[in-house]
Design a protein around this ligand. Structure first.
Ligand code: SF4
Length: 378
């Protein structure tokens, strides 16, 4: 605590003496948002520096279309294996208009099982037989395990994959594009987990192309506090660059074997992000030679295209703005009213890395309420 206070004091000194103001620092990753909110780090930020959440929740950004596909397969007797986070993920359907999630599908007799890993799914599919599909969501952190299962020949004949893996650097570029030339995002805390795979150097473009300081950081509160200090220092010096604060886990190159497997198994393609649309070169699709593992191909289901993509958030949900750092959960009129952790309406209230769920569970909104009720001094 003493160290955190000392770092916070250093933040304040730099900001006050150098006149830094209106700075938003984006914590890309949902786990960083958890650390920030759970430990109340926003309350330690100096005036003029705001921490905003980013698009780093893989469940939140999984398009509703693929939830619909998974639900359809489960209801038709295919066993759908899913990570727990995606189990309650709602599709874009409004409430009361049919089965909206794998959890609801299971409640209505659909075949859905929660697994901890792709290997768990492979083992169960082999042991139990019957048509099986693994709902392969996630960023560069989970894509290598999907690739490894396929490349190492462990997947039984009765199993295929609904691949919705997404890549993180392209969506960061999209965030800058959306915010435009006068982007208030003046610093980025890059994701630690993802960087163990892709390497810290994958984030160099943030500093070099957008002139924004970027720090790859770990997930302890002090990691985040130090990352913010580095970013403020770089802003004061006017020298944006890439810093790797998480050297105990992240190298500049990342994990060469994991990257090789992803390259071997997948093509990089333009891909849909929930509520956002298609983002160039931001997704992974199985290569032609591995098409037999593709559940869409296997069951004759068309993939999404820019032409068939429909806005896929339920009416009124502002999840896309939350993930792009444009809005806070408290800007959504449904937050903690029609949308709560026990009765989620939009995707950001479902995944453990969803900003709305984190704010709801750990009081991220309390500070905002205090501000609006008793003024900025709160
Ligand atoms: S509170 Fe619920 S409805 Fe509102 S943006 Fe968050 S997930 Fe969507």
């Amino acid at each position: 605590m003493r160290t955190a206070k000392a770092i916070a004091a250093a933040h304040r000194r730099l900001v006050e003496t150098r006149g830094i103001r209106d700075v938003k620092i984006m914590g890309f990753c949902g786990t960083h948002e958890w650390t920030i909110t759970h430990y109340g780090l926003r309350s330690l930020m100096p005036r003029g520096v705001e921490l905003v959440a980013g698009p780093g929740c893989p469940v939140c950004i999984t398009p509703g279309y693929y939830v619909e596909v998974a639900v359809k397969l489960a209801m038709e007797g295919v066993t759908v294996y899913t990570y727990g986070d995606a189990y309650r993920l709602p599709s874009g359907r409004p409430r009361g208009s049919g089965v909206r999630s794998l959890a609801e599908a299971r409640a209505q007799g659909g075949r859905v099982e929660i697994v901890y890993s792709v290997l768990d799914a492979v083992r169960r599919a082999r042991e139990r037989g019957g048509d099986s599909v693994f709902f392969a969501v996630g960023f560069e952190t989970t894509a290598p395990s999907t690739a490894a299962a396929i490349l190492r020949g462990r997947v039984p004949e009765n199993m295929s994959f609904l691949v919705v893996h997404r890549l993180t650097p392209p969506i960061m570029r999209y965030v800058f594009k959306i915010h435009g030339e006068r982007s208030p995002i003046r610093g980025v805390i890059a994701p630690g987990h993802v960087s163990t795979i892709i390497g810290a150097s994958a984030w160099r473009f943030v500093a070099e192309e957008y002139g924004v300081p970027v720090v790859v950081a770990g997930f302890e509160p002090l990691d985040v506090m130090l990352a913010v200090l580095e970013i403020i220092r770089m802003l004061v010096e006017g020298r944006p660059r890439l810093v790797n604060e998480y050297t105990r886990a992240v190298t500049w190159e990342g994990n060469p074997e994991a990257k090789r497997m992803m390259r071997e198994c997948f093509d990089v393609v333009d891909a849909a992000w929930r509520g956002i649309g298609f983002v160039p070169e931001s997704g992974l699709a199985l290569k032609e030679k591995y098409k037999r593992y593709d559940a869409l191909h296997q069951y004759g289901i068309p993939d999404l295209t820019p032409e068939t993509f429909k806005y896929d958030l339920p009416p009124g949900c502002r999840c896309a703005e939350v993930t792009l750092g444009i809005a806070k959960p408290t800007d959504c009129p449904l937050f903690m009213k029609a949308c709560t952790p026990s009765n989620p309406y939009g995707p950001c209230m479902v995944g453990s890395e969803g900003t709305c769920l984190i704010w709801a569970k750990y009081g991220g909104y309390i500070e905002e309420l205090l501000k609006s009720e008793i003024g900025e001094e709160a």
